[in-house]
Design a protein around this ligand. Sequence first.
Ligand code: FE
Ligand code: FE
Ligand code: FE
Length: 171
Amino acid sequence: MGLFTKDIATFDDLFLHQLQDVYYAENQITKALPKMIDKATDPALKGGFETHLRETEGQIRRLDEIFGLLGQEPKGVTCPAIDGIIKEANEVAGDIADKRVLDAALIASAQAVEHYEITRYGTLIAWARQLGQTRAAEILQETLEEERSTDEKLTAMAETRVNVQAELAPA
Ligand code: FE
Ligand code: FE
Ligand code: FE
């Protein structure tokens, strides 16, 4: 933008910026998930990541639809938060030898991603409603429900099996 203006002037601008942020984040997640699928050993965890990769592709299509409703071209802006969460996930995974411990770490990393998404979509829904973007709010709500359900499935996998197996790794 101009030398004396800031990019975000209005609440509408802020809403658009946040959509662009989550658009970037979802695209980064579609690049990160195939690596997590490769690293995962537990079949249900692997399958869960595969399911969520397909869901994430659908979430990007939903965002495309919302950009369309706003008369905007789909575009991302760098989200340093998701970049940081993914970087940390890769660093930790790279330090783990035992497959069972690695699965527990992958779940923890994936849940950090889901929680970031849950906070972002929660805010976007509130802002869309305030701005009278009722249809956008409904579409965003569908994605929020997928993120919440993914988070809950990860908790269940961790607590019923993956953490129990991780504890068996020899010192
Ligand atoms: Fe997502
Ligand atoms: Fe962000
Ligand atoms: Fe997600």
